[in-house]
Design a protein around this ligand. Structure first.
Ligand SMILES: [Zn+2]
Ligand SMILES: [Zn+2]
Length: 344
């Protein structure tokens, strides 16, 4: 039997500093489970934590050393109480957002907006999934179908964010949706929107990324300067650019919806006169929480195969390189990098 008392954990110890450490195995409290992690996605938030730019590092909502990783899947190997034994052995993913359970928002099932929430691998010291094992409250678990592969399972969290962005557009099949950004959220949103029959246009700013998007079957992929002069019923901003929120207001048709899900590192300004005079609805999306269940169903149905967006799967010892922007040798151009913590 493998060492059962320690596990490997990836920790960010300071800006651009990290270590893979052996830490004691987690012990579940009565309402918790321990998950053996099979796959973890690395996202822009993780890169910001590594760079030291993430806003929570400045507000005190996160401090080094940091255990990151919030897009994950694995199997339940231990539960804190016999009443949850039916979870043992089940393939799962989980909600990142852990509310206090007690405030007015939590009581309305808006735990992902709870002011005192913990976020797995992000906020208030809640350990993340870039480790061999992760402790998760039972109530945050979502069961995955046995037939779902680990790559897809670890894409449920970003998929849930993308699903919410698409769903918030409230479009009918055939209506035209413009998505800015060909990163993971942009591509997942495009795949989900296409599966719903929407007429998807994508804007990316690198030729290689746009070629990748076209290779996934999207015909209308443009660099911004080439975008045809047409209006869109809805626009999703899934970029890091502070300029796009204002650009979206130019391209949206009157009465349309703009979904803001990307975050820039500096404030992005919009002219609210345009918002008023075109009667636009602007919507911000924080967290996958309400999108987890529907996206598990969409992935399980086969209507969307998100796996091509994973460019490579690496080991825990390669995470620091990925966070500093290096790409593995076998990289396929897909925007998402996955980690298998079982290999070191
Ligand atoms: Zn993320
Ligand atoms: Zn709360």
């Amino acid at each position: 039997m493998k060492d059962s008392w320690v596990m490997k954990v990836f920790l960010i110890t300071g800006p651009r500093q990290s270590v893979v450490e052996d830490l004691p195995d987690p012990t579940p409290k009565p309402l918790e489970a321990v998950v053996l992690i099979e796959r973890v996605g690395i996202c822009g938030t993780d890169v910001e934590f590594f760079n030291g730019e993430m806003a929570y590092l400045h507000s005190g909502e996160a401090t080094y050393p940091l255990s990151i990783g919030h897009e994950w899947c694995g199997r339940v190997i231990e539960v804190g109480s016999t009443e949850f034994e039916s979870w043992l052995g089940k393939p799962v993913t989980g909600d990142t957002m852990l509310g206090c359970g007690d405030c007015s928002l939590c009581r309305k099932d808006l735990q992902y907006l709870c002011n005192s929430r913990f976020e797995i691998g992000i906020r208030n010291g809640q350990p993340g999934a870039l480790a061999e094992k992760l402790v998760v409250p039972i109530k945050a678990l979502h069961e995955l179908p046995e037939s779902m592969d680990a790559t897809t399972g670890a894409l449920v969290e970003p998929g849930g964010n993308a699903w919410r962005a698409v769903q918030s557009c409230e479009l009918q099949p055939g209506e035209r949706l413009l998505i800015f950004g060909t990163g993971s959220i942009g591509m997942l949103a495009a795949q989900i929107a296409k599966s719903l029959g929407l007429d998807v246009f994508l804007v990316g700013n690198a030729k290689a990324d746009n070629a990748f998007a076209k290779g996934l079957g999207f015909e209308n992929v443009f660099e911004f300067a080439e975008l045809p002069e047409i209006e869109f019923a809805a626009v999703i901003d899934a970029t890091f650019s502070p300029a796009i929120p204002a650009v979206a207001l130019e391209l949206i048709q009157p009465g349309g919806k703009i979904i803001y899900i990307g975050l820039s590192s500096s404030p992005s300004l919009i002219d609210t006169r345009k918002l008023v005079l075109k009667n636009i609805t602007a919507i911000g999306i924080l967290s996958a929480s309400p999108g987890l269940k529907p996206v598990i169903e969409i992935f399980a149905s086969g209507k969307v195969d998100p796996t091509p967006i994973v460019g490579a799967t690496v080991s825990l010892s390669e995470v620091a390189n990925v966070l500093s922007g290096m790409r593995p040798a076998n990289f396929s151009k897909g925007p998402k990098i996955h980690v298998d913590p079982r290999i070191y």
